[in-house]
Design a binder for this molecule. Structure first.
Ligand code: FAD
Length: 599
C-alpha cells in the first residue's frame, strides 16, 4: 500500500465515510503542517488525513484563490464579533472577552479547509532570524533547530520563481532577495512576487525609508529582519497568479504521487489510547456528517489541528491539566499541565489616512475600471487582482523611544537575541467611501510578553474551544504598543513623502487622540489579531513539563504518552518574529524526516 501508484484516479485519494480503517499513520488536520507532513510520510507508508473542511476552491469560490481577494475577503479578516461567517472555510472562532482590550470578543480566523490557514492567510512568505532559531534550539535542547540546520528544511518545502519585473512594472519597488536561500529543486509550495505594484504601497515604502529604515540588502528570507524587506515574496503561483497553499502543493502532489487517503468534512472527536501500560495512541474516533467510526494507526497519530484545535483535541482525549480534565469528568490519560497554556499572540495597531493615490482595491471596486483589470488578470496573470500583501519592515525600538521605556520593560526586551526585531510595520491600501484610497500602516509587536490560553468547556470536540488571548496582560506590551504608535504617527506618517500623499486629517486614531492616556485607550479599543498565534502545545525539555512550559519534545512527541505527536504552530516554543508560515512548513518537513528515520 505504500508504493507509488502510477495510475490512481483522483477519487481514489478519498476515504469512504463510515467504514473503520487502519493506516500506518493518521494525521489529524489537513492544514499547513498536516498536509506537508502527510505528503512526506505517504512516500514511504500508508497515511490517512482527517480534515474537518473540504476544498476551498469549491466551497468559497475565488475568495481564497485570487491574491487581491485575500485582503478584501473581509469575512476572514474581520476581527469584530459581528463578522460575516464563512462556515465552509473558517472555524468562526470568537474568543472570550479580552480583558486588556476593552473587553472585546475577537473573531479569530482559522482555516477550516484543506490547506488550513495557508488557504486563508495573506500570503507573505518571510523567515525568522538566526537568533530566533538559536533560541528555539536552546529552549528545546536540540541544536538541530539552529538556523544552519533548519535552512535545508526551510528550503525543502518551497520552489522560488524570481519576480517578473516587466509585469511588476515599477522602479519604485526594487525587489531584493538572496537566491541562495532557496533550493533550485525545492518543494511543491510556490513562492514568488506579485505581478503588480500597488501605487499607494510604493510611496508608503519610501516613507518608511525616510523614517530611517534602510532597504535590506538580502531581503527577509535569509535569517535577518532589518530595515525594509524590499518587497517580500508571497505564497503565490506566478504562472496564473493564484494562491499556493498546502492543498494546491503538497496535497495535489500526494494525490498524484502517493497513496495518501483523505477524509474530508470529517471531525476528529477523540484520540483513542491503549492504556494497558504507558498510554499509547492507537487511532482516532471521527465523525463525518453524523456518521461515527474509527480510523486506527498502526504506528502513530500526528495531531496538526492548529493552535486552538490541537490543544482542544488533546484535552477532550484526556491529555492535559488534571484539574481541567476532572472538572469535565474526562478520564485522565496523561497529566500535562502545559496543554493549552503559553498562547503567544502578536497584535497589530493601525494608523491611517486617506491617500492621493489609487490602489488595487479601488481599481477593482470601480465599475469603470474593474472589467479591464479582470481581463488583464485572466489573460496575463498581472494587474491589481494578481497582487496580495507585499511590504514589510522591522526594527528594534529606536533610541529616542527606547529611552522612554521603563527599566522592567527594557530588561524584558534585552532577554531576546539581538537580531530579533521588536517592532514590525505592515503597509496596506484599502478602498474607502466614494472610491477613495485609505492608506494604513500597522505596527506589530512580534514578541508579546502577555500569555493567553486555550481550554474546553465540554468533552465534545464539535463545541468550540475556549480562547483567552491574554492581550496586554503584561504592561510591557502596552508600553511597546504606545512606542510603536508614536513611531508611526510622529515619524513614518510625518515624513516628507507621507505628508505629500496623505489627504486631510488622520482617520485612525484621529486628531483628538493625543495624550498617552488617550492613545492607550485607542490601543485597547483597536488592537487586532495578526493571526500568528502559537505555542499552546509548546515544544520544550522534559524538565519543563511539570511547570506547564512543555508539552512535546524536540521531535514533536507528546510527553507522557506513546505514539502521539503534535506538529503545527501550536508546537512552536514561542512566536517566531517575521511571519510564521515558513516555520510551520519547515517544522513539518523536519518532523516528517524524523519519523521516517526512526520508523
Ligand atoms: C487570516 C490569516 C492571515 C495570515 N497571514 C499570514 C501571512 O501573511 N504570512 C504567514 O507566514 N502567516 C500568516 N498567517 C499564519 C499562518 O497561516 C499560520 O500560522 C499557519 O497556517 C498555521 O498552520 P497550522 O498547520 O498550525 O494550522 P492550520 O493550517 O490552520 O491547520 C489546521 C487544520 O486542522 C483542521 N482541524 C482542526 N481541528 C480539527 C478536528 N478536530 N478534526 C479534523 N480537522 C481539524 C483545520 O480545519 C485545519 O485545516 C495568517 C493566518 C491567518 C488565519
Amino acid at each position: 500500500s505504500s508504493s507509488r501508484s502510477q495510475h490512481r484516479l483522483f477519487s481514489t485519494a478519498f476515504g469512504y465515510p463510515g467504514v473503520n480503517s487502519t493506516y500506518d499513520y493518521v494525521v489529524v488536520g489537513g492544514g499547513t503542517a498536516g498536509l506537508t507532513l502527510a505528503r512526506r510520510l505517504a512516500a514511504h507508508a500508508s497515511v490517512a488525513i482527517i480534515e474537518a473542511g473540504g476544498f476551498y476552491e469549491v466551497e468559497t469560490g475565488n475568495a481564497s484563490v485570487v491574491p487581491l481577494l485575500s485582503l478584501t475577503g473581509l469575512a476572514f479578516l474581520d476581527p469584530a464579533e459581528t463578522f460575516l461567517p464563512q462556515p465552509l472555510a473558517d472555524w468562526s472562532l470568537v474568543t472570550e472577552p479580552v480583558v486588556g482590550a476593552a473587553g472585546r470578543r475577537i473573531h479569530y480566523a482559522q482555516g477550516k479547509t484543506l490547506g488550513g490557514s495557508s488557504a486563508i492567510n495573506t500570503m507573505s512568505y518571510i523567515r525568522s532570524t538566526r537568533g530566533a532559531y538559536e533560541r528555539w534550539a536552546e529552549i528545546v535542547g536540540d541544536d538541530s533547530y539552529e538556523w544552519d540546520a533548519m535552512l535545508p528544511f526551510l528550503k525543502r518545502s518551497v520552489h522560488l520563481t524570481p519576480p517578473d519585473l516587466a509585469k511588476r512594472n515599477s522602479t519604485a519597488a526594487p525587489v531584493v532577495y538572496d537566491r541562495s536561500a532557496f533550493d533550485p529543486a525545492g518543494g511543491p509550495m510556490q513562492v514568488s512576487w506579485n505581478n503588480w505594484v500597488d501605487p499607494t504601497l510604493a510611496w508608503m515604502a519610501k516613507a518608511v525609508g525616510q523614517a530611517g529604515l534602510p532597504l535590506s540588502d538580502e531581503g527577509f528570507v535569509s535569517g535577518s529582519l532589518v530595515g525594509q524587506g524590499a518587497w517580500v515574496p508571497s505564497t503565490i503561483d506566478p504562472e496564473r497568479a493564484t494562491r499556493s497553499s498546502a492543498e494546491t502543493s503538497f496535497l495535489r502532489e500526494a494525490i498524484e504521487e502517493t497513496n495518501l487517503i483523505v477524509y474530508t468534512h470529517t471531525l476528529a472527536k477523540n484520540i483513542l489510547f491503549d492504556t494497558a501500560s504507558l498510554p499509547k495512541a492507537t487511532g482516532v474516533s471521527v465523525n463525518t456528517a453524523g456518521l461515527d467510526y474509527t480510523i486506527l494507526a498502526r504506528k502513530e497519530v500526528v495531531v496538526s489541528a492548529g493552535v486552538f484545535h490541537s490543544p482542544q483535541l488533546l484535552l477532550v482525549s484526556g491529555v492535559g491539566p488534571v484539574s481541567t480534565l476532572q472538572s469535565l469528568s474526562i478520564p485522565v490519560v496523561a497529566d500535562l499541565p502545559g496543554v493549552g497554556q503559553n498562547l503567544w499572540d502578536p497584535i497589530q495597531i493601525f494608523v491611517s489616512y486617506q491617500a492621493d493615490t489609487t490602489s488595487g482595491q479601488v481599481l477593482t471596486a470601480d465599475p469603470a475600471t474593474a472589467p479591464r483589470y479582470l481581463e488583464q488578470y485572466f489573460t496575463d496573470a498581472s494587474g491589481p487582482y494578481s497582487s496580495a500583501a507585499g511590504f514589510l519592515a522591522a526594527e528594534r525600538v529606536p533610541p529616542s523611544y527606547r529611552s522612554g521605556l521603563r527599566s522592567e520593560t527594557l530588561a524584558k526586551l534585552s532577554s531576546w537575541p539581538e537580531d530579533v526585531p521588536e517592532l514590525e510595520y505592515i503597509t496596506g491600501s484599502f478602498v474607502g467611501p466614494n472610491l477613495t484610497t485609505i492608506a494604513t500602516v500597522a505596527v506589530v509587536m512580534p514578541l508579546p510578553f502577555s500569555r493567553g490560553s486555550v481550554t474546553i468547556s465540554s468533552r465534545d470536540a464539535a463545541d468550540p474551544p475556549v480562547i483567552d488571548l491574554g492581550w496586554f496582560a503584561d504592561d510591557a506590551d502596552l508600553e511597546l504598543a504606545l512606542a510603536g504608535l508614536k513611531r508611526l504617527r510622529n515619524d513614518i506618517w510625518n515624513t516628507p513623502v507621507a505628508r505629500q500623499h496623505r489627504v486631510g486629517k488622520e482617520l485612525l486614531p484621529s486628531p483628538g487622540v493625543q495624550t498617552d492616556k488617550q492613545m492607550r485607550e485607542y490601543i485597547r479599543q483597536n488592537a487586532s489579531p495578526i493571526w500568528h498565534a502559537c505555542s499552546t502545545c509548546a515544544m520544550g525539555k522534559a524538565e519543563d513539563v511539570e511547570e506547564g512550559k512543555a508539552v512535546v519534545d524536540s521531535h514533536g512527541r507528546v510527553f507522557g504518552v506513546d505514539g502521539l505527536r503534535v506538529v503545527d504552530a501550536s508546537a512552536f516554543p514561542f512566536s517566531m518574529p517575521g511571519h510564521p508560515q515558513s516555520a510551520v512548513y519547515a517544522l513539518a518537513e523536519k518532523i516528517a524526516e524524523d519519523i521516517m528515520k526512526s520508523a
